[in-house]
Design a protein around this ligand. Structure first.
Ligand code: NAP
Length: 248
């Protein structure tokens, strides 16, 4: 996919989909700035895997739900690498609960991490991308944006907002060669879905046309295409990688 000479910032890259995305981009020749929140051992393990692929990798610890952090992380990446060609807004959390039982903190934490943080991170990377007239931004949405399950109102609102934001940024940034897309996974084998997969297996399987969960690497393949220089004509798109969940 020819990422040679490019630098990608992957948020939430210590585990799960973010780690798989970082590894895939590195395999395709990209140097990696890896953000994570608190799992230092796992982030270091991810960095070791990337290093073995012969790519440069640096870790940038920071809780992106703190509004000061996205700009600080981007400044750090720019100081270390000099440029950011690709931004993958992957960091995300769930706090599933029926709305009547959600605390204000449950609502704010999910919106701050899944929606406000990607907005502030794009705000931080965009000026230099605009000057260089090149950039690829991929936001990790979710099938919950269009097909929310019970207890997902905070998460669905955040991811629905993220998809609308993706389209708005595609409009604002297209004229300077910056393409902005989203990938909406269904149910992927990661820590985030442990509880859903163990308690809601029958219901989920009944809604999955392909009758299986996917591995993070399957999502990473889709992200890598949209993030690559080979993507020259797709922007403002939401690519569902969901085993047909959205059709059910
Ligand atoms: P995961 O396994 O729980 O990993 C989450 C990652 O995000 C970790 O690296 C975590 O860092 C990081 N993170 C969380 N909050 C953060 C914060 N405030 N600041 C910085 N980093 C933060 O999640 P996943 O399943 O890979 O999900 C990745 C993305 O895909 C999320 O946006 C999620 O909503 C979306 N998604 C996942 C699925 C699925 O089935 N798994 C489906 C649809 C959408 P630490 O390790 O340091 O905590």
């Amino acid at each position: 996919m020819d990422f040679e000479g490019q630098v990608a910032l992957v948020t939430g890259g210590s585990r799960g989909i973010g780690r798989a995305v970082a590894l895939k981009l590195a395999q395709e020749g990209c140097d990696i700035a890896l953000n994570y929140r608190s799992s230092t051992a796992e982030a270091e393990q991810a960095a070791e895997q990337i290093g073995k692929l012969g790519r440069r990798v640096e870790l940038f610890q920071g809780d992106l739900s703190d509004p000061e952090v996205p700009h600080a992380v981007v400044s750090g990446v720019r100081a270390a690498f000099g440029q950011i060609d690709v931004l993958v807004n992957n960091a995300g959390i769930t706090r599933d609960e029926l709305l009547v039982n959600q605390s204000l903190d449950d609502i704010r934490a999910v919106l701050d991490t899944n929606l406000v943080a990607p907005m502030l991170t794009v705000q931080a990377v965009a000026p230099a991308m605009l000057r260089r007239r090149y950039g690829r931004i991929v936001n990790l949405s979710s099938s919950a944006a269009s097909k929310p399950g019970r207890g997902q109102s905070n998460y669905a609102a955040a991811k629905g907002g993220l998809e609308a934001f993706t389209k708005a940024m595609a409009v604002e940034l297209a004229s300077r060669g910056i393409l902005v897309n989203a990938v909406a996974p269904g149910v992927i084998n990661t820590d985030m879905t442990d509880a859903i997969r163990s308690h809601g297996e029958d219901e989920i399987m009944s809604r999955l046309l392909l009758k299986s969960y996917a591995e993070p690497e399957t999502v990473a393949d889709a992200v890598a295409y949209l993030a690559s220089p080979r993507n020259t004509y797709t922007t403002g798109e939401v690519l569902h990688v969901d085993g047909g969940l959205k059709m059910a």
